[in-house]
Design a protein around this ligand. Structure first.
Ligand SMILES: C[S@@+](CC[C@H](N)C(=O)[O-])C[C@H]1O[C@@H](n2cnc3c(N)ncnc32)[C@H](O)[C@@H]1O
Length: 295
């Protein structure tokens, strides 16, 4: 904001010199003129009017952008309202409305994902071709089958699916090794360690999202991830929304806090890959962790 104001003020100073205007004060730009750029100005049209009222701004190129803001971007009545919503509302509704998150299916199997993340998974799998993908929390297995079929297309790799209650699991596939049990139990950990020996490994954590559990699983499974591969911690989105406005899933809040704590405890071990969040609509803020160090 400060930079924009300075930019315009500089241009005004040049213009003023050229035109030898006397009424300097009248031309000074203040924060008031830029209020319309704030995320939720209390009175958007008043703010915009104030910006447009500036004698120089109105005719300068910068105002073209401002003018566009005043014109509805979509006028088609069937879509105008649907598309006129902030991203945070869209994501919120994606989780809260049964016909969004709970309608996502992969090959007919429920898959609890924001679908942009699945595309990013496909990119990561193709680029890195891990020998093993450990999925913690499979539920119906839509995500497990998605991973297995991606590995089929790539022609390499296996999925270890760990699910505490896998009576609903429908993701059976030749590349899937099912383990039923608590991912933090010594029995499950021993089995996983045996299966991954000598293999390149990535981990997708979509199990218990409470802070203590997410942190515990980062500690237990982080060391299993091979250098140059990912630990994907899902559902940090649960932590993002302001508690005063309500949470998406208050009982499962914690992944983002756990990530921050873990990274603070082991600096340099993982690096947050924000490029994997470039589509913005993701369940996993700061959740794509690339292993860049060793313990
Ligand atoms: C959000 S669902 C997984 C959704 C699935 N990955 C998908 O995208 O469709 C979370 C699952 O994690 C399982 N879970 C919770 N705690 C677990 C633990 N400690 N070990 C293994 N699985 C766990 C739950 O039973 C539940 O089925």
């Amino acid at each position: 904001m400060k930079q924009i104001i300075n930019h315009f003020n500089r241009r005004i100073r040049i213009a003023k010199k050229k035109r030898k205007r006397k009424d300097k004060e009248k031309l000074r730009l203040t924060k008031e003129h830029f209020k319309f750029l704030q995320p939720d100005p209390p009175n958007f049209y008043e703010a915009l009017k104030c910006a447009l009222s500036h004698p120089l701004v109105f005719f300068r190129s910068g105002i073209r952008g401002a003018y566009h803001v005043s014109v509805p971007p979509v006028t088609d009545p069937a879509y105008a309202q649907l598309l006129d919503q902030p991203l945070y509302s869209y994501l919120w509704n994606y989780y809260q409305q049964k016909n969004r998150l709970h309608s996502v299916k992969w090959m007919g199997i429920p898959t609890l994902k924001v679908i942009f993340d699945l595309w990013v998974y496909q990119e990561i799998l193709f680029q890195q071709k891990p020998d093993i993908v450990i999925e913690i929390g499979s539920h119906y297995g839509g995500s497990t089958l998605f991973l297995a079929q991606m590995l089929d297309l790539i022609g390499h790799g296996q999925v270890i699916s760990i699910e505490i209650h896998n009576q609903n699991f429908l993701g059976q596939h030749a590349r899937v090794i099912e383990i039923e049990g608590d991912c933090s139990s010594p029995k499950v950990l021993d089995k996983v360690r045996e299966l991954i020996r000598g293999k390149s490994v990535m981990v997708i954590h979509d199990g218990d999202h409470r802070e203590f559990a997410a942190l515990r699983d980062l500690e237990l499974y982080g060391p299993m991830v091979s250098k140059g591969h990912y630990f994907i911690m899902e559902d940090g989105i649960y932590d993002l929304y302001n508690p005063k406005r309500g949470r998406i899933n208050p009982e499962q809040q914690g992944p983002l806090k756990a990530i921050r704590e873990f990274l603070k405890k082991y600096p340099g071990l993982f690096t947050i890959d924000t490029n994997s969040e470039r589509f913005i609509l993701t369940s996993n803020p700061y959740g794509y962790l690339l292993k860049t160090g060793e313990l």
